[in-house]
Design a protein around this ligand. Sequence first.
Ligand code: AMP
Length: 234
Amino acid sequence: MANTQSSNPHPSFEPGPILLMGAPGVGKGTQAKELVSLWTIPQISTGDLLRANVASGSALGQHARALMDAGHLVPDDLVNQMVELRLQEPDTTHGYILDGFPRTLAQAEWLDDKLAVGAHRLPLVAVSIRVAYTQLLRRITGRRICPVCGSIYNVYLQPPRQEGVCDLDGTLLQRRDDDSETVFEGRMRAYEAQTAPVVAHYQALGRLVEVDGEAALDAVTARVEQAVRHLRNA
Ligand code: AMP
């Protein structure tokens, strides 16, 4: 999974550990991928790591599966251990983007302690991408997907040429079940409840910057990059 990169491809700037935060639909995953190619550092998603454990049938995966299916958090100790192992991979030397971790205050405190000692020289910095609730609602509830070619449209923001039909192959577009307003509201409430203490924690330490996510992809990436450099005093 990890590559064996050992030298810093950007010797003038060490990104270090970066936490990307944001509600469902803010474009966090997309921005993480942009930073991966900008700085040649890995994205570490605890959701992805857990799903890989479930798929391989490991002891951790067997334990986590039922909790994940029910939408509950996996216990801190298990997630922390998994992250600890991942951070020992050599591709994390110059930095990494954490996605979905830390999700609780206990995880944040564990990570701070971990990073305060050992080989990792820089503290974690956090960027929170903010998009207004009504805009998020339009992004999520307006999303339509072509079941054949996978093209994604948005009835408000990026509609197909002919309503309800894929531009590329003429297939009737579909809406994902979990893109309903009710499900979205539930996900938003869970996000707020879980992450508010983590945001407050990094804010109190002066290590969090909020970025306006309501702009074109490139413009938001530039804001996130600037925020990380600012937090690193670079
Ligand atoms: P995600 O893909 O980030 O939405 O994560 C999918 C599921 O994995 C979550 O609903 C949790 O059950 C579990 N999970 C992911 N990250 C964490 C974490 N940091 N702490 C606890 N559980 C997590």
